[in-house]
Design a protein around this ligand. Sequence first.
Ligand code: SF4
Length: 511
Amino acid sequence: MSRSIYLINPAEQTPGYHSLEVLADWRIANVVNLADLSTPTIAALVPRDWSVTICDERVQRVDFNTVAEVVGLTGKVSQRDRIIELAAEFRRRGKLVVIGGPYATLNPDDLRPHADILVRGEIEEIADRLFGDIATGRFEREYEGTRPDLSTSPVPRWDLYPRRAALAGQVQTSRGCPFECEFCDVIQYLGRKQRWKDPDQVVRELDVLYGLGFRDVFFADDNFTVMRRRTHALLERVAEWNRTRPAGKVRFSTQASIDLARDEDLLKACSDAGLTATFVGIETPNQQSLAETLKRQNLRVNLADEVTKIVQAGIMVMSGIVIGFDHDDTSIFEQQAAFIATLPVPAIVFSVLTAPASTPLYARMQKEGRLVSHARVGAGQFLKSNFRPKLMSATELETGSAWLLNQVYAPDAYARRLRAFVDASPVTPGVTGPPRFAPLEMAIAARLAQHGAGELRLVRLIEELFAKRADLRDRLSYLLAFYCQARFMIAHHGIWNPGQAAVAVVGRASA
Ligand code: SF4
């Protein structure tokens, strides 16, 4: 009879934009931006008479000597190798290993050999059967989840999570997205019919996070604002909740599509509720590429204008930018660099287009015989796709992308976008506070300033803006850490080459 489980969120294989490995590397802090949501959610579905322990390997060591009989592993494609390593080690130690989560769902064939039990899909409606079977020892090798009504999703067990490890908590208010971008695996995993928690349920989750001291919360939705009526109802409730917090308001961030910019009422409702930042998949200024990838919501609008409208409503934008569509030739690198320079968006999350497993793009690449050898896991590597690009070589795609990253993250280019963001952001009156960096920001700024004259200028600019714009301090602080992490990630992959900023675009060499 198994009555104890050890739930692990495995470490990512390499640093990403949103993690904060740089702070550990600089011996400043051992934290992540976002607390893991999956392990506390699963923990809440485990029967109450079981003993449950959570490990977020991004900030904690895995306890291989755990007394738990069952080990649960979850994760995305970026955690794939570590899931397999941990599964092998715990099985060697006689543990029953259960693997689930997005990657297990999208690519079950890859993980099946490594699990005693594989769980595909969402777990809420099958949790009782799964844990009941494990407890009796008569379990199946594989369980298939459902697309549950989210009103059945419990409040995550944040009490089991290492609170101090994360700067922000998470609440998922909806799952799914009605759009159909060709490369998107979210809609394969969670569907196009969006499902919602009701506003009171969301507030119950917020109460728990607030009680634990979180003052930053990420709404972990795939597309928070796309269903207008439900978002208005939720924001109204959240605004009311936030207005009455006894120990200060919470700042929210989320993910939304660009159509948010068209709706002034919704922008205002977001801002009134306390939404201060959102990720938006801008992808590309290349209209043919947007049409090719079925990103219709980004077509026939001036993307820079639309982004600016969101910023002017008081919501910082972090942009996803992608290169490697079938309509991208080597001119795309300069085109993207010029486009990005017009955005009031310092935080650019750049990636090379890859075809995740189970997506229409993967099926198309397979049909066209363009998948490359490591495509089995449905992922590329840093700046390398898992399929052959159409109008340039794989080498041109990689070297051009490296060039673009060096342009985008040259300190002066980042500083220009940062100033544009601040200039476009409305002033929120009545916000006060010390006009100087707190000790954490001071430590980060001091390390960054050592990197060179450009970095020192960037630090001075942030310091100056910090003193002038008390209402933007949280975002300036985020952008300072984000820049350091982006640079750390680029350097980790060995492509930081500041001298390249002045060199002609690599793509031209192939024309
Ligand atoms: S808008 Fe985002 S979540 Fe929705 S289908 Fe496109 S990529 Fe996926």
